[in-house]
Design a binder for this molecule. Structure first.
Ligand SMILES: *[C@@H]1O[C@H](CO)[C@@H](O)[C@H](O)[C@H]1NC(C)=O
Ligand SMILES: *[C@@H]1O[C@H](CO)[C@@H](O)[C@H](O)[C@H]1NC(C)=O
Ligand SMILES: *[C@@H]1O[C@H](CO)[C@@H](O)[C@H](O)[C@H]1NC(C)=O
Ligand SMILES: *[C@@H]1O[C@H](CO)[C@@H](O)[C@H](O)[C@H]1NC(C)=O
Ligand SMILES: *[C@@H]1O[C@H](CO)[C@@H](O)[C@H](O)[C@H]1NC(C)=O
Ligand SMILES: *[C@@H]1O[C@H](CO)[C@@H](O)[C@H](O)[C@H]1NC(C)=O
Length: 235
């Protein structure tokens, strides 16, 4: 085997597979005031969970959003989003809301929540969904999932990097595991490494993987198998 070839076709295919499981949006974050606050008319409803959370956090309500800045120099960010009773059937794009802590999607005829919509939503810690919906990333991505007062509550986002106590199993060498929203984790290359499995030196976007963990494990196992096989061959 030509040792200069950076990676084989099998590995490239595997990499593309992995990347597509969790479309990376990490380097597309926008600072502009997102349209998400105007996704439907009205503003955060009075006396709801998001409204109370906003008052408690000393936030400012604009449209359907609760905004706050941690310091004068920081731009305001969305911490709460009340999209309840918005006639939403699909939830596909909440661009600009990746800093949100609490989302209310109750009272919507939701039929589909895209798997990728909450990628990068690392602070998301409380969701209110219609009863028949599924918490993003599945029940295993949350500390607690319960049906309460006719709504489904997803509480406490789990850190996928800690799931089985062995994060390094999932991220390749020279990379660090970081949470990347419900059911997602990101294998960011360690400093000075980039590219496939962080085998190259330099600076390059990270590899993002989406759970359910089982699916990711299958792909990673496949990757490990490919590498092991290659190692065995080159001996
Ligand atoms: C919400 O509360 C504010 C002040 O407490 C009041 O001015 C406003 O009319 C209320 N909005 C609705 C929709 O009840
Ligand atoms: C956030 O900071 C800006 C100044 O940069 C200020 O005008 C605004 O009132 C602040 N918002 C909150 C909610 O403190
Ligand atoms: C939902 O919105 C409709 C109008 O768009 C309104 O008539 C209804 O009272 C709202 N329901 C709740 C629970 O706020
Ligand atoms: C939900 O949307 C995804 C793509 O975002 C699609 O693959 C899937 O078939 C949809 N499911 C339903 C029940 O519409
Ligand atoms: C997730 O948890 C909810 C609430 O406990 C439950 O109703 C639902 O069936 C669970 N879903 C799965 C796939 O286990
Ligand atoms: C994940 O692991 C870190 C360090 O081992 C620990 O500080 C953190 O509390 C863990 N988080 C969870 C959600 O278990």
């Amino acid at each position: 085997m030509n040792m200069n070839a950076p990676y084989s076709w099998t590995e490239i295919v595997a990499l593309v597979l992995i990347s597509n499981l969790c479309l990376s949006t990490s380097y597309q974050r926008t600072e502009t005031r997102p349209q998400v606050c105007m996704l439907c008319s009205g503003s955060v409803r009075n006396h709801t969970t998001v409204d109370r959370f906003c008052s408690w956090s000393a936030g400012r309500i604009q449209g359907r959003c609760c905004l706050r800045n941690d310091s004068i120099s920081d731009p305001e960010r969305i911490i709460g989003l009340d999209l309840s009773n918005c006639s939403l059937t699909h939830v596909e794009n909440l661009e600009g809301a990746s800093t949100v802590v609490m989302i209310d999607l109750s009272l919507n005829p939701i039929v589909n929540i895209s798997d990728t919509v909450f990628q990068g939503f690392g602070d998301l810690n409380f969701m209110i969904l219609p009863p028949h919906a599924v918490c993003p990333g599945g029940n295993t991505s949350w500390e607690k999932v319960e049906l309460k007062e006719g709504n489904l509550l997803c509480e406490g986002q789990k850190n996928m990097c800690n799931q089985t106590g062995q994060p390094s199993v999932y991220c390749p060498e020279n990379s660090l595991c970081a949470p990347y929203g419900p059911g997602c984790y990101e294998c960011g290359c360690a400093e000075d490494y980039y590219g496939y499995k962080c085998l190259r030196q330099g600076n390059f976007p990270a590899l993002v993987v989406f759970g359910p963990l089982a699916a990711a494990t299958v792909v990673i196992s496949f990757l490990l198998w490919v590498t092991q096989r290659r190692k065995a061959k080159s001996l």
